[in-house]
Design a binder for this molecule. Structure first.
Ligand code: PMP
Length: 404
């Protein structure tokens, strides 16, 4: 793709603006990024980085995917925004595309993962209200977002610190433990909510029978099963949604991040009989389902299908797995576990991973660390084998040099 050179402020100049004008609630790497193409990204000084964590999981089909760029360009020239008091073609088509690729649910569109989870919690409470059900069971180590209901659902004390009180009506249990969920459910429980793979919690992949057994428990107790697929959804794990590895379906599913090829978008999908509980006036989102996001979402679906990216996701995962197994054989004292599901990849180290992230950054490889000691990679489905190998070579060098 040809790019006309754009004059950019230097990283130093941009950092100075932030220091004066931007709320300092993020820890940021000292680099201003200006341009991306697939798994490459450039900073203001022209340095090129290989991106194993594009857009914190949002750029699942790479930076600036051509079909998404084209669809958005076309849409902004036609109509930028329409409120949800009107019908719009792209929202209907995108809802259908998602429904047909999952469990026949109906879509409520919003702009982020937290917002999608707020909608899921609301629909669960609205659905349970006639039976006096309002409680939500969530999992320790889970992550659902920063708004208050999503934050309350996030059973990690570090995220609640100084922000209490949380919302009433939530119970927390151990992940991958069906008996703990069974013990927490009572006649006021409206829903069980969890990630099919815990992302922020360290790429935790539960036992194969976890979701089927939870489904059976929810059916038996009249409890809704809500899956947060904000991070795992839209092809990340080699299926459209991670629950599709399990053979059972949820009642409610949320997705965001990669939903619209990097454009801000979120969705809460619910079985029609559950969706009906959200009556007109009970919930809304001004920008939700706007034509730009929905066109971008449709272009994302088209890209994933036309380019065969779901099977490619599984292949990418196996390539990383093979590389990491070789590394573990070489450095058994440094690598505790390798967890891979498609392009959701965790390398559990025996020590804090922040020095590894810094070492990779200084060699122009972008990765992430979560849960302190887990290197997390969310590479694009469009990454080339040579890029995987080159990045793994860098990661290997950094791991060899890092002494815990
Ligand atoms: N749920 C999960 C599983 C997530 O990983 C995240 C973001 N890391 C969220 C919800 C929150 O999404 P957002 O930041 O878009 O609100």
């Amino acid at each position: 793709m040809a790019h006309a050179p754009t004059p950019h402020a230097s990283s130093r100049e941009t950092i100075a603006e932030f220091e004066r004008y931007v709320v300092p609630n993020y820890r940021r790497y000292p680099v201003s990024l200006v341009r991306g193409e697939n798994s490459w990204i450039w900073d203001a000084e022209g340095t090129r980085y290989l991106d194993f964590f594009p857009g914190w999981g949002c750029n699942l089909i790479g930076h600036c995917p051509p079909r998404v760029v084209e669809a958005v360009r076309e849409q902004v020239g036609e109509l930028i925004h329409v409120p949800n008091t009107w019908y719009m073609e792209a929202q209907g088509r995108f809802a259908r595309a998602l429904s047909e690729r999952s469990f026949g649910g109906q879509c409520f569109f919003c702009n982020s993962g937290a917002e999608a989870n707020e909608a899921a919690i609301k629909v669960a409470r609205a659905h349970g209200a006639p039976k006096g059900k309002f409680k939500i069971v969530t999992m320790e180590g889970g992550f659902h977002g920063r708004t208050y209901a999503a934050l309350t659902a996030t059973a990690q004390p570090k995220y609640h610190e100084d922000l209490g009180p949380m919302l009433p009506g939530f119970a927390y249990v151990k992940y991958d433990d069906v008996d703990a969920v069974a013990a927490a459910i009572d006649d006021q429980t409206a829903a069980v909510m969890l990630e099919p793979v815990q992302g922020e919690g360290g790429v935790k992949i539960p036992s194969a029978d976890y979701l089927p057994r939870l489904r059976e428990l929810c059916d038996r107790t009249g409890t809704l099963l809500i899956l947060d697929e904000v991070q795992t959804g839209m092809g990340r794990t080699g299926e459209w949604f991670a629950y599709q590895h399990s053979g059972v379906v949820p009642d409610v599913l949320t997705c965001a991040k990669a939903l619209a090829g990097g454009i801000a978008a979120g969705v809460m999908m619910a079985k029609p009989e559950v969706a009906a509980s959200l009556r007109p006036g009970m919930h809304a989102s001004t920008f939700g389902g706007n034509p730009i996001a929905c066109r971008a979402g449709l272009a994302t679906v088209e890209t994933i299908e036309a380019d065969g990216l779901l099977p490619r996701g599984a292949e990418i995962g196996e390539r990383f797995r093979a590389r990491f197994h070789a590394l573990r054989d070489e450095m058994p004292g440094k690598i505790r576990e390798i967890r891979v599901l498609g392009t959701m990849i965790g390398l559990d180290l025996t020590f804090d991973a922040s020095a590894v992230v810094a070492g990779c950054l200084s060699r122009q490889l972008l990765i992430n660390a979560t849960h302190g000691h887990v290197v997390r990679l969310l590479p694009a489905l469009t990454i080339a084998d040579e890029q995987i190998d080159a990045g793994c070579d860098i990661l290997a060098e950094v791991l060899r040099e890092t002494n815990p």
